[in-house]
Design a binder for this molecule. Sequence first.
Ligand SMILES: NC(=O)c1ccc[n+]([C@@H]2O[C@H](COP(=O)([O-])OP(=O)(O)OC[C@H]3O[C@@H](n4cnc5c(N)ncnc54)[C@H](O)[C@@H]3O)[C@@H](O)[C@H]2O)c1
Length: 108
Amino acid sequence: MQGPEDDAGLAGKVALISGGGAAGDGIGNGRAAAILLARAGAKVLVADRDLKLAERTVEMITAEGGTAAAHGGDVTSEADCKTLVEATLDRWGRLDFLDNNVGIGSRG
Ligand SMILES: NC(=O)c1ccc[n+]([C@@H]2O[C@H](COP(=O)([O-])OP(=O)(O)OC[C@H]3O[C@@H](n4cnc5c(N)ncnc54)[C@H](O)[C@@H]3O)[C@@H](O)[C@H]2O)c1
C-alpha cells in the first residue's frame, strides 16, 4: 500500500466506477482504476451490470486494506445510473469522481 504522502490529494475522496468488474481475476480498465484509486485512499463504489464481477474487484481492494463497495447496475439505464449515484451518496455522503469504463471498442 502507498503511504499518505503518495495519495495525490485523493485520500477521503469518493469515486464511482462504472464497468468496475472484469472477467475472473483479470484486470480491465475499470477494475484497474478502482484498485488504484483505493490505493490512493479514495473510497470506491464499484458498479457493474454483473454484480459478481464488481464484488470480485471489491474483494481485491479490501484484501489490501482499501475501502470499496459493490453495486449492480446497467449504465444504459437512466434509473440505474440514478440509483448508483444515490447509493454512493447514501454510503459515504459525497461523490468526487465518476469514471465511466463501459463502452465499445470500435473505431471511426
Ligand atoms: N482493454 C483495453 O486495452 C482497452 C483499450 C482502450 C479502450 N478500452 C475501452 O475501455 C472500456 C473497458 O474495456 P475493458 O477491457 O476494461 O473491459 P472489461 O470487459 O474488462 O470490463 C468492462 C466491464 O463493464 C461491464 N459492463 C459492460 N456493459 C455494462 C453496462 N451497460 N453497465 C454496467 N457495466 C457494464 C462488464 O460486465 C465488465 O465487467 C471499453 O470501452 C473498451 O473499448 C479498452
